[in-house]
Every structure is written in structure tokens, then in C-alpha cells.
Design a protein around this ligand. Sequence first.
Ligand SMILES: [Zn+2]
Length: 187
Amino acid sequence: MKRNVFLENGKEFDLSDFMEFGKEEREILGSEIPIMVYRLMEFSLREEIISECGKEKQIEIFREAGRRAGTYIAQHMLDLSLPFNEFIAQLQARIEEMKMGILRVEAQDGKAKKLILTVSEDADCSGIPLLGETVCNYDEGLIAGILSAYSNVACQAVEVDCWGTGSRVCRFRVEALEKEGWQADGE
Ligand SMILES: [Zn+2]
């Protein structure tokens, strides 16, 4: 068996340990896989968790997993020292580079620490059938995780429109749970 230095050191694995891959490891196939593969993973997990633990728990697990991913993205891929509007511009660029979707700020109330974000061409749900419910719980957590890491204040994101509810964009209401959240520029 291959030696495992991590186990010998008693190190706990975290998300960042699984993000490493280079040209040698994916020499032929590169860094991208089709959306269909991503969705197979996401929606098979969703089905399995619902059947094992029920819908409520599935939503909670997806939100909390998304929050972990959002925290990772914030800490490893974003400059958290930027002023708010520049930070959002950077976030839009990253989300698009990673082909997760096209992020826009639809409304912003800096004083009340509230934002409405839309994501079009969302990787998770674009094109899915009308289900009568939103399904992007992972994205809810991801957005909340990013903005919580940026502002150092717990934030919450709730998806209010989705391909699953017949919309053509996903729309998220985001708010800081404590009122000393982010400081929007010019306030
Ligand atoms: Zn959605």
C-alpha cells in the first residue's frame, strides 16, 4: 500500500486537500468535466439523502455543504480585503470563470445589509423541469459562505426563484444575520 504521510502525521483532511491536481494528474483530460457529470453527482446525492433522511435534512445538508464550499472559495480564490463593490465585481468574474453561472446584483440595500443576487445559466438547475420548488440549496449555502467570510458576519441566502419554479434565472435574497454586516461603498 502507498505510504500516506497525512495519516502518519495524524492530519485531518479538509476540503483544500482534495482540490490539488496538476497537469501531470490530468494530462490528457484537463481540468473540466461536463455539466451532466456535475449534475449526476448533485442530483443522485440529493435523491439518496432525501430517501435516507427526508427532504428537510437534505436541504440542510446541501446548504451546509455549500457553505463549506463558499468559505473555501472565499479563503482561497478571492481577495477579501477589497471594498464591497470591487469584491462583488471580483466574485462575478470568478463565478463566470468557473462556469458556475453569471452573477448579477439586482438590488442592494447596504444599510439594511440586504442584497438580491441573480444567477443566470446556473450550473445546478438551468433547463430542469418545473418542479414547483427551488432546488439550489447548495448555492444558497455557497453564497452565504462567501459573504459571511467576506463580512465576518453570518449571512443567509434564500433562493426565491429558480428554473425549478419556472423562472429563467435563480434569484437569491441575501442578508446579514447581524446588522454589522458588509459596508456597501459610499455609505
Ligand atoms: Zn436554481
